[in-house]
Design a protein around this ligand. Sequence first.
Ligand SMILES: [Zn+2]
Length: 190
Amino acid sequence: MSTYYKHKRTASVDIPYSFTCEQCMKDSGTLSATIEVDATINSNHRELEANKDEKLKNNVHAKLVREVKSAHQNATENQIFIKAFKDKCPHCQQPQSWAVSGLKDDMFTWPIALVIIGVVVGLGCYFFTEVENNMMIAIIAAGVCFALAIATLIFNMLRISNKKKKTSTSLQKNVPVIDWGAVSNLLNEE
Ligand SMILES: [Zn+2]
C-alpha cells in the first residue's frame, strides 16, 4: 500500500435573512445563514498537483452550489428552513415555529448514518479481525452503533417536541425573509 495524502478544501457562503419574532414581534434585523461544505481528494504528494487542486476546487464549488440550491428549493417550495437559518430571536431569545421544519428535515440524518456505520463496522470486525471471538466483537461493535442511532433519534424527537411546545403559544406564525438574491450567482449556475 502506497502512502497518500488527503487534501481538503472548504467553501462557504452567507445568506442574509431576517424574521419578525413570533413572541415579541420585533424585527430580528439582518442575520446571516452560513452554508459550508468541504471536499477531499487523495494525492501521492504532500503538495497537491495543480490539476488535482483545480479538480478539488471544482468539486467543492459544485457541492456548495448543490447545497444552496437544495436550501432554496426546500425554503421556497416546501417551507423547510434548514438549520443554518437560526431561529433564536436576538431580542427575547425565543425560538420560532418555522424552525421546526429544519429539525424535522434533519431528524434521520445522524441515526441513518450511525446504522450504516454500525453495519460497516460490524462486517469489518467479523470478516477482517483474525481473533477467535470475532462474531462477538462484531455484534458488540454494531450494537453500540445501533444504540447510538436510537439515542440520537430520541434526542432529535425530544428537540422537535420541545421547540414545538415553546413555539405553539405564539398566535402569529411567521416565516423568515431570505435574501436569495445575494446568492443568485450560485442559484443560476447549471
Ligand atoms: Zn423575540
